[in-house]
Design a binder for this molecule. Structure first.
Ligand code: 5CA
Length: 151
C-alpha cells in the first residue's frame, strides 16, 4: 500500500496518529463515515476557500454546510470556493484527500465548532482512501485553527 506524503510527514513529525486505509474509499464524508462506521458529523471536511487572493482552509463537520457569511466574517473578507487546481496548489493534495494540516504552505485554518461535540473525529490523510482519528482539541492545536461557528 503506497504511503501518502502526509503519512510520511506524520511519521517524521512523530505525531503518533495512526492512518487507516480503506480500499472501498473515503473520498467524501459519506464514504468515509460508511467505511469507518461512524457518524457523518465526525468526519472532518477540509475545504479550501479564497479570500481575495489568499487561500484559507475550513475544517467542517461532515454533516454541516458552510455558511459563507459566517466564514467571511471570520476570515475578514468575501470568500469563494477554491477550484480543484487552487486547492491542490495551496495544500499540496488533491480534493478527496486534503488533510487538515501539514499543507504545502502555511494557511489560515478555521475549525467548525460543531466538531468539538465529538470525542474523536476523522480526517483525510492525503489520499482518497486514507483517514486518521484525532480529538478535536488536538486537531485545533496541530492546525493552529481558530474555532468558529460555520454551520
Ligand atoms: N476524504 C474525505 C473525507 S475526510 C474528504 O476529503 N472530504 S472533503 O469534504 O474534505 O473533500 C471533498 C469535498 O471537495 C466535497 O465536499 C466537495 O465539496 C469538494 N469538491 C469536490 N470537487 C470539487 C471541485 N472540483 N472544486 C472544488 N471543490 C470540490
Amino acid at each position: 500500500m503506497a504511503v501518502s506524503r502526509f503519512e510520511s510527514w506524520l511519521q517524521q513529525a512523530g505525531l503518533e496518529l495512526e492512518v487507516r486505509h480503506f480500499p472501498q474509499g473515503t473520498r467524501t464524508a459519506q464514504d468515509a463515515a460508511a467505511a469507518i462506521g461512524c457518524e457523518v458529523g465526525q468526519i472532518v471536511k477540509s475545504l479550501v476557500f479564497q479570500v481575495a487572493d489568499r487561500p484559507i482552509v475550513a475544517l467542517v463537520s461532515g454533516s454541516n454546510r458552510v455558511n459563507l457569511t459566517k466564514l467571511a466574517t471570520a476570515a475578514g473578507g468575501k470568500v469563494e470556493r477554491a477550484d480543484a487546481e487552487l486547492a491542490r496548489k495551496a495544500t499540496g493534495f488533491a480534493i478527496g484527500g486534503v488533510p487538515p494540516f501539514g499543507h504545502a504552505s502555511q494557511l489560515p485554518v478555521f475549525l467548525d465548532q460543531d466538531l468539538l461535540r465529538y470525542e474523536l473525529i476523522w480526517a483525510a490523510a492525503g489520499r482518497p482512501d486514507a483517514v486518521f482519528a484525532i480529538t478535536p482539541q488536538r486537531l485545533q492545536e496541530l492546525a493552529q485553527a481558530t474555532v468558529v461557528s460555520l454551520a
